[in-house]
Design a protein around this ligand. Structure first.
Ligand SMILES: *Cc1c(COP(=O)(O)O)cnc(C)c1O
Length: 365
């Protein structure tokens, strides 16, 4: 048994770590997902041994057999969470326990072994601590942690793999969108669906993303920033974006988001915003919303704002929706006050300038 209280992660420092000067250079304008730290966390799983050999080692390319199951049948899941720097200089993880739980749920859906939640949290804590110098100092910067698990058995038969590799890599990130906050445009795909009932829509797996890319490419061709998916059965109910959940704000001050029916990814940002909104006294409904109603409400003024949310970009205002029947604009096409208020409230908690609900911020180093 692993004793996860005394960190089980063996640490082998990277002997070719990036110099201070080079790191400072890379952190000037890190963007999103391009600047990586010196180390990675690794834990292996095999049928005989279960979870074993947890380590923090130099970040380096993987060596894999070309028949490894993940390369053929996409047995893969991942997570995304951030470490933030608090005003006192300490680092803290935001709701890592919720990511740990969701990672187990994704594993179950993909017929993979469930990583103990303490080991998930410890892998994130250990990596962020070792690579803490990679925390950007730019406004809005954070250390984005990407835990993931792949089926590594060398075998072309179709069955759950007998071996897995769990890893965490870290990326120094600035603000997701460049420039000042602006409302994005989204394309409502009627042709492609992201997830169907009984499928993997509620699991955070790479396959869902692979299936969404053609619709995202279509969105770009239509002059939009992102795609929003409708339900697979009726192509009527608004579900979510390729990688973000969606919220609607009404003129009576209430807000609404699609319910977690199994085809939508249960976002931790979504859950956090529901909690914060209720704490502000706003009415929050988790109910289906039809695209035609969305257009009608935007045109009548009953709908005043729409925004998307997720760990990477936190809150993204949506200003325009384009679909086969034409475009419509929401709230003048600029970020609205409820969107901004909710975003500011969440960001203040993550930056440690406001106190959030118990346990949301977990100081680590
Ligand atoms: C990760 C993800 C989200 C957002 O989840 P958060 O926990 O808020 O980051 C939303 N939709 C999809 C499809 C996702 O993969």
């Amino acid at each position: 048994m692993l004793n996860v209280l005394a960190s089980p992660f063996r640490h082998q420092p990277n002997s070719r770590a990036v110099s201070d000067v080079e790191r400072a250079e890379r952190l000037i304008d890190p963007g999103f997902g391009r600047v990586f730290t010196d180390h990675m966390a690794v834990v292996r799983w095999s049928e005989g041994q279960g979870w074993h050999d947890p380590s923090i080692t130099a970040r380096e390319p993987l060596t894999m057999d070309p028949s490894a199951a993940v390369l053929h049948y996409a047995q893969e899941i991942f997570e995304g969470l951030k470490a933030y720097r608090l005003p006192d200089g300490k680092l803290a993880l935001f709701r890592a326990d919720a990511n740990a739980r969701r990672f187990r749920e994704s594993a179950r859906r993909l017929a993979m072994p469930e990583l103990p939640e303490e080991l998930f949290i410890e892998s994130c804590r250990a990596l962020a601590t070792v690579d803490r110098e990679w925390m950007p100092t730019v406004e809005g910067g954070s250390l984005y942690l990407r835990p993931f698990m792949i089926a590594s058995e060398a075998f072309l038969g179709v069955k759950p793999s007998a071996e897995y590799l769990y890893m965490v890599i870290a990326s120094s990130v600035g603000a997701y969108w460049r420039g000042p906050a602006r409302a994005v445009s989204i394309w409502a795909s009627r042709e492609y669906a992201r997830a169907a009932a009984g499928g993997t829509g509620a699991a955070k797996c790479g396959g869902n993303y692979a299936a969404s890319l053609v619709a995202q490419a279509e969105a770009i061709r239509q002059g939009c920033d992102q795609v929003v998916f409708l339900d697979a059965a009726e192509r009527r109910w608004v579900e979510e974006l390729g990688g973000m959940n969606i919220f609607f704000v009404f003129d009576d001050g209430s807000i609404q988001t699609p319910p977690l029916t199994g085809t939508i990814l249960p976002g931790i940002t979504r859950d956090s915003l529901i909690t914060l909104a209720r704490g502000m006294g706003l009415t929050v409904r988790e109910e289906l919303y039809a695209i035609d109603q969305w257009r009608a409400d935007a045109e009548s003024g009953r709908l005043t704002e729409t925004f998307a949310c997720g760990t990477a970009a936190v809150v993204t205002p949506i200003g325009t929706v384009a679909e086969a029947q034409g475009r419509f604009t929401i709230g003048g096409g600029v970020p609205g006050p409820v969107t901004t208020r909710l975003r500011d409230a969440l960001v203040a908690i993550q930056r440690g300038t406001a106190v959030g609900p118990d346990g949301w911020m977990q100081p680590i180093a």
